[in-house]
Design a binder for this molecule. Sequence first.
Ligand SMILES: Cc1ncc(COP(=O)(O)O)c(C=O)c1O
Length: 397
Amino acid sequence: MKLSQRAREIQESPIRKLSATANSAKARGVNVYHLNIGQPDIPTPEAFFEGIRRYAEPVLAYGPSDGLPELRRTMVNYFARFGITLTPDQVIITTGGSEAVAFAVNAVTDPGDEVIIPEPFYTNYNGYSSLSGVRIVPVTTAAESGYHLPDPAQIESLITPKTRAVMICSPNNPTGTVFTEKEIRSLGDLVKKHDLFLIADEVYKEFTYEGTRHFSILELDDLEDRVIVLDSISKRYSACGARIGAVMCRNPEIMGAIMKFAQARLCPPTLEQVGAIAAYGLPKDYFDSIRKEYQDRRDILVETLTSNPDVLLHKPEGAFYVMATLPVDDSDTFARWMLESFDQNHETVMMAPGAGFYSTAGKGKNEVRLAYVLESPKLRRACEILLEGVRQYNNKS
Ligand SMILES: Cc1ncc(COP(=O)(O)O)c(C=O)c1O
């Protein structure tokens, strides 16, 4: 008996791999500030829970594989707010955005195929590519250029006969970068020229700061057959535990394939879809105060961390993450040390080591991803503890 190659090779999530170490710190009485995971503390809207409370069916039955029709219609109306025209049959509800990633990648690739993705990228793309046997071909982006895309010719040079898709995440996890309309349009031209798919993870589309506009790939004209968008309510409505996401595409063949994947796992959770219908009914301005809250937190994090001139970071334009380069030799060792061997007045910080957000070996070794999902005073305190940790880590013998 032996484990499969994919079972042996799939990476541990850098976001969660130190959880046991954090639990041991907590057992010692240490308060751990979680900057490692994008678990928002913004309350889930009351409308979500009220929607579920109103559910009056006597049996919690299987629902349709592509999701409740009312949720799909509600999402179509939500996208219309952004000037994006969809029909309900162009939306399939998934069990979280995570399943949407898996469905999209599996719909357009076979084992051994390649998908081009700007790195650093959402670490679980590594997990999904392992499960699908797909090779991620990274386009390395850097803090110095705001993690924006390189010249299209550089991306084009990575295309091989095995390339099936270019996949982006905007607003980006982990960098917070929002790709511009120009960048998205040039990717559109590229995928058209080389007959590829363009997949975009747009789960953070509501969270952009200082008026930055999020340009969706669904806004690209004449690419309808090759554009696939992944979505989720996890962060949008602070409903990570609901496990409701969606995949959207105007290509009936792709949607037909994804529907078969959806049938194989029966259906997404019913009650949470009912809650999602109610949440999507919230007015547009529901997001105003939340956006402001995240922007304030971003500013606190950037201001506090950059008080150490050796900490390098790009001020994010969206989402609620930052990749920070720290003056440490190895962010993996440092993150573990912070939980195992350090505390300041019985408090410490958990962060996600940077290497797991890259597929290029050796990249991200002195970077960490931080999520600004704590209220401002706690966030400021967490950043101060982190800086003190850096100081003591570098002074230890
Ligand atoms: C970019 C991105 N895509 C997808 C997901 C997965 O979302 P879900 O909770 O809906 O599975 C996340 C979660 O952090 C994410 O950051």
